[in-house]
Design a protein around this ligand. Structure first.
Ligand SMILES: [Zn+2]
Ligand SMILES: [Zn+2]
Length: 341
């Protein structure tokens, strides 16, 4: 496809081999296939999953790969048969990039578990570039209340946080009164605002000695903030885990009350240590969240401006993607990192 007014090449940060830094490359601007939109990327959030992909902790990424699955941009061209978006529309492109619609998970409404799913910035090229293509059926309109950079973290951190919280409510059969959040970063700081808006008291758990992170949590309305090794002052109804540390599982099970729920929102975690059965007993539940459904995306993006969920971001130029990933790895960020091509 040759679209008038569009350049033929673009700058992209590319993963050539897991375990090596991303490289700045000149790449062809992708052409939208039927059903796809071509998006001029305005902002792309940096998610912990990008780190897991770059470090080789997730198997079989597309290579070479343009990472990034919190993409906010403007539609600049459309493939055949695209419905619902026009050129000039602002769209958000999330992690779930394509599902088959026919496997047994898709057929029962669990497209997040699709066995043929493709993922933006992992098995499909993502948003660490000036342009990206996306299947229009998996792209979302971005609420107008948010700027491009502000909106980016909503697309994964926000969505996954929301699904994690929703599954906790499902496990409990009600909205929790006391919610613990382990790992108060991109996802944690967003879902804390949703839980607080629904009347829950939020207990924020950070790395030991992270006074800045604890102050950040209190500023966002947390009733209590402390180290993940500490016991909360009251037993929790639910604990949401966003730090990729398996040792948090027994810590969170200890912190939740009888009948409580522990839900892990991450895609990768270090090994979970063995636990005495009594930590799980008394009808505590432990479950994980995998990916998102389009319904989660539409529901959360409708809810976010009503709360309103405020995103705390640190912007980096596109070519500083490696620095942004390093800052995330080392816990030097407050809130979420966002690249600006
Ligand atoms: Zn499927
Ligand atoms: Zn993500």
């Amino acid at each position: 496809m040759d679209t008038p007014g569009l350049p033929r090449t673009m700058r992209a940060m590319v993963l050539e081999r897991p375990g090596t830094p991303l490289r700045l490359r000149e790449a062809p601007v992708p052409a939208p296939a039927p059903g796809q939109v071509l998006v001029r990327v305005r902002a792309c959030g940096v998610c912990r999953t990008d780190l897991h992909v770059a470090d080789g902790e997730l198997p079989d990424p597309k290579l070479p790969l343009v990472p990034g699955h919190e993409v906010v941009g403007t539609v600049v061209a459309k493939g055949d048969g695209v419905e619902g978006f026009a050129e000039g529309d602002r769209v958000g492109v999330p992690w779930l990039g394509w599902t088959c619609g026919t496997c047994r998970y898709c057929r029962r409404g669990q497209e997040n578990l699709c066995e043929n799913a493709r993922f933006t910035g992992y098995t499909l090229d993502g948003g660490y570039a000036e342009y990206a293509v996306a299947d229009a059926r998996y792209a979302f309109p971005v609420p107008g209340a948010y700027g491009d950079v502000e909106a980016a973290p909503l697309l994964c951190a926000g969505l996954i946080g929301y699904r994690t919280y929703r599954l906790a409510k499902e496990s409990l059969g009600r909205a929790p009164e006391r919610v613990g959040i382990y790992g108060f970063g991109a996802a944690g700081h967003l879902v804390a605002q949703v839980a607080a808006a629904e009347g829950a008291a939020v207990y924020a758990f950070t790395r030991e000695g992270d006074a800045e992170g604890q102050a950040f949590a209190r500023r966002l309305g947390a009733a209590w903030a402390g180290a993940s090794t500490e016991a909360p002052p009251e037993p929790l109804d639910a604990a949401l885990l966003f730090a990729p540390v398996g040792a948090l599982v027994p810590a969170a099970l200890k912190a939740v009350d009888r009948g409580g729920a522990v839900v892990s929102g991450g895609i990768h975690m270090s090994d979970v240590p063995s636990i005495p059965y009594r930590l799980l007993w008394e009808e505590r539940t432990l479950r994980s969240v995998a990916n998102l459904t389009r319904r989660d995306g539409l529901d959360f993006l409708a809810l976010a401006p009503r709360v309103p969920v405020r995103t705390e971001t640190t912007a980096y130029p596109l070519e500083a993607a490696n620095e942004a990933l390093a800052d995330l790895r080392d816990g030097r960020l407050t809130g979420a990192a966002v690249l600006m091509p």
